[in-house]
Write a protein of this length. Structure first.
Ligand SMILES: O=C(O)C1=C[C@@H](OP(=O)(O)O)[C@@H](O)[C@H](O)C1
Ligand SMILES: C=C(OP(=O)(O)O)C(=O)O
Length: 414
């Protein structure tokens, strides 16, 4: 779907959908438990559907109630996950794939993972290296990854112990391991061999586990101690509003729209709540530097703010942005330059020069956050903006265009 946007300021109230990151975690913690958990406020999106689909394929029960509540029938303390083989279609969701690979080792036989778009090209090496070191079967061929925890043969391939991973590729590997470690018979430690980036995402994992009565503790800033022999208890929880998505509405306000952003938890464990402070930092004129290693998903909306401010903004520690749904350093720079802005990418940074945006044609590169950033940038352009492939917002915010229109956005489908 291609859209033409005629620049208009937006106005009205918005409640962002519930946090995708929190939703993945609550679903997995509920599925690993031994009872029926109740989750309120889950927003629908392609990524959340992917996690639900995979957990269902592992035999967790998912029951949607008419009031929007989801009841999850857990697998039984994760000890026996029923099928002897499961084919798990992760769609385009990196979180689903990386969170569930270790969970797949609990299946009696093989678990195969597949995905679409760029998913299976996104990094998996930290798991591959670790699995090879531990003697766990790993095969990636023709877009399908197969792992085998060997549970059907009376052994548990994932032993308690020390697990070392680089901390600068994706925090999602740490989350995946952290989900299964408490179920092992003995204690484990999870060690980041480089300074751990996106640490708040691990805190979100620990928070979802805490809801299910599962604990771990930091020994130092790169080492997490995970007691073994724990079980996930069923729980009731409400998913909170998504700070990463709120970032786009903050950017709209930065560009002089009047969007009243509602429902956000200021004490949230979501690291992307940093947008509320970064907004004010960017509002001050002059050159500035922003470290996005802890909040990579904020880069597209922050870059749009940077394009309209007075001064140069350098986003640093951003190498991981190249490994998202698109190479986001490149696609964010391309988005801004296509609209008449000035931006340059480096290997691990993006420099954005403030100025005015004129309009033009943006290719979303199948990246939801590029599509939403383009929509917000359009509100400040002097001429029309064409957005190619706008349907990719389905990944995380399916009614984004509807909301944009309700706020007064002027869009029509080409
Ligand atoms: O754990 C999570 O929910 C996520 C972690 C981040 O990934 P990285 O840790 O790979 O940067 C983030 O970009 C992604 O959208 C969601
Ligand atoms: C990178 C993202 O998600 P994931 O890694 O789960 O695909 C995202 O939502 O921007």
């Amino acid at each position: 779907m291609d859209l033409q946007i005629t620049p208009k300021k937006l106005s009205g109230a918005v409640t962002p959908p519930s946090s995708k990151s929190q939703a993945h975690r609550l679903l997995i913690a509920a599925a690993l438990s031994g009872g029926i958990s109740v989750i309120h406020g889950l927003a629908d999106s392609q990524d959340i559907r992917a996690t639900r689909r995979c957990l269902s394929a592992m035999c967790a029960g998912m029951e949607d109630l008419p009031d929007g509540t989801l009841r999850v029938h857990g697998l039984g303390n994760g000890i026996v996950i029923a099928p002897p083989y499961a084919l798990l279609d992760c769609g385009e969701s990196g979180s689903t794939l990386r969170f569930l690979i270790p969970v797949g080792l609990l299946i009696q036989g093989e678990a195969s993972f597949t995905g679409r778009g760029r998913l299976m090209e996104r990094p998996l090496k930290p798991y591959e290296d670790l699995f090879r070191e531990k003697g766990i079967a790993w095969k990636l061929a023709d877009n399908v990854l197969t792992v085998n925890g060997g549970r059907g043969y009376g052994t548990l391939a994932l032993d308690p112990g020390t697990y070392r991973l680089p901390g600068n590729v994706s925090s999602q590997f740490f989350t995946g391991l952290l989900f299964v470690m408490p179920l092992l018979e003995g204690d484990s430690t999870l060690v980041s061999t480089t300074p751990l980036e996106s640490r708040d995402y691990l805190e979100m994992t620990r928070q979802a586990q805490a809801a299910a009565g599962v604990t771990s503790r930091w020994l130092d800033e790169n080492t997490l101690f995970v007691p073994g022999g724990q079980t996930y208890q069923s729980f009731e929880a409400t998913a909170e509003a998504d700070w990463s998505q709120a970032g786009f509405w903050y950017a709209a306000d930065f560009l002089d729209s009047r969007v009243d952003i509602r429902g956000l938890n200021p004490d949230s464990a979501q690291g992307d709540k940093a947008v509320s402070e970064l907004y004010w930092r960017l509002a001050r004129p002059g050159d500035t530097e922003i470290d996005v290693s802890g909040c990579p998903d904020l880069l597209p909306p922050l870059a749009v703010m940077a394009a309209a401010r007075s001064g140069t903004t350098r986003f640093v520690n951003a190498a991981r942005l190249r490994m998202k749904e698109s190479d986001r350093l490149s696609t964010t720079a391309a988005l801004l330059t296509a609209l008449g802005g000035r931006a340059e990418e480096g290997p691990d940074f993006l420099t954005v020069h403030g100025g005015t945006l004129t309009g033009g044609m943006v290719d979303c590169a199948n990246d939801h956050r590029i599509a939403m950033a383009a929509a917000i940038a359009a509100t400040a352009c002097t001429g029309p903006v064409t957005v190619l492939g706008a349907q990719c917002v389905q990944k995380s915010y399916p009614d984004f265009w509807e909301v944009y229109k309700n706020l007064g956005g002027d869009i029509h489908v080409l």
